[in-house]
Ligand binder design. Structure first.
Ligand code: NDP
Length: 280
């Protein structure tokens, strides 16, 4: 069976069209969803992500505010900015663009965000609810991945899922969501012994490693759904964690660019609109 491309760009566009309609409806009730993105310092990659998020918001008819803070800002000043946004009735979602400079405590800053405005789902309250299987804000990248897998139309109950990566923003939450969907989940990381022995069992394989071309065809079960989360820059070109030659073995594969990335932004808009719905 030839490998099918899971087109995240197209699915994200359809999702954003739906969101724009929801936003228009919310506006008739006097509510314009608003997203504030806090950017500390001027990391070039973060600048691009923040700009794209702002453009996506505006295209959907939402309000967007970028709060630019100097790299040397103190923890207290950062918290003051977060508190200001917490108190702003026009702001439904607050996103702290990561990574932040090393002298700042990321955990403390994330936990200053009002959990109701935590559209990234990184606040400990929301992360805890996800772990407990309660309704909560689901982090954008894992939420987008679940939508992409849904597009493949592959039933998940009883399937073997293998996640490479155990970060709080991708690996752990996607493993939880796959488990909640009925998969038997294995989480692999840098200390895993015989990684390929695990990945070759996977009906669903999620690569969130941050190493270009890390997953090679010999690591993939024929017909598997392969989700490439990685964003790596090699000689100026963006590429994923999965070697494109995997398409000779996989049943479904997300491209990079145009797979998980656009879905992450669409889910950010969706989480912000959901927060605005609660305000309305
Ligand atoms: P992290 O660096 O936080 O995590 C990487 C994970 O990969 C770690 O758990 C690490 O293990 C594991 N790992 C590293 N080397 C190996 C190895 N040799 N074998 C097995 N596991 C290994 O990254 P993130 O989760 O934040 O991001 C992963 C990738 O996804 C990055 O490329 C990032 O840019 C991208 N990304 C893309 C998004 C999108 O929207 N498309 C959103 C977020 C991230 P250990 O824990 O043991 O160190």
């Amino acid at each position: 069976m030839p490998c099918k491309t899971l087109d995240g760009k197209a699915l994200a566009q359809r999702t954003r069209d739906g969101i724009a309609k929801q936003v228009a409806e919310l506006k008739t009730r006097g509510v314009t969803p608003g997203l504030a993105v806090i950017l500390v310092g001027n990391d070039p990659a973060s600048e691009i992500y923040v700009r794209n998020k702002g453009i996506a918001c505006e295209k959907a008819g939402m309000r967007s505010e970028t709060v630019r803070l100097p790299a040397e800002i103190s923890q207290e000043r950062l918290h003051e900015e977060i508190e200001r946004l917490n108190a702003d009735p026009e702001i439904d979602g607050i996103l702290l663009q990561l990574p932040i400079p090393g002298h700042l405590d990321e955990r403390q800053a994330l936990d200053r965000i009002d959990p109701r405005k935590d559209v990234d789902g990184f606040h400990l309250v929301n992360a805890g609810k996800l772990l407990a299987g309660e309704k909560t804000v689901v982090p954008c990248t894992p939420k987008g991945i679940m939508r992409l897998i849904g597009e493949a139309g592959v039933p998940l109950v009883g399937k073997e899922a293998v996640v490479i990566g155990r970060s709080n923003i991708v690996g752990k939450p996607i493993a939880l969501l796959l488990m909640q969907a009925g998969c038997t989940v294995t989480i692999c990381h840098s200390k895993t012994v015989n990684l390929a022995g695990h990945t070759r069992r996977a009906d669903i394989l999620v690569a969130a490693v941050g190493k270009a071309g890390f997953v090679t065809p010999d690591m993939v079960k024929p017909g598997a759904v392969v989700i490439d989360v990685g964003i790596n820059r090699v000689e100026g070109k963006v590429c994923g964690d999965v070697d494109p030659a995997v398409s000779a073995v996989a049943g479904y594969l997300t491209p990079v660019p145009g797979g998980v990335g656009p879905m992450t932004i669409a889910m950010l808009l969706e989480n912000t609109v959901e927060a605005a719905e609660k305000r309305a």
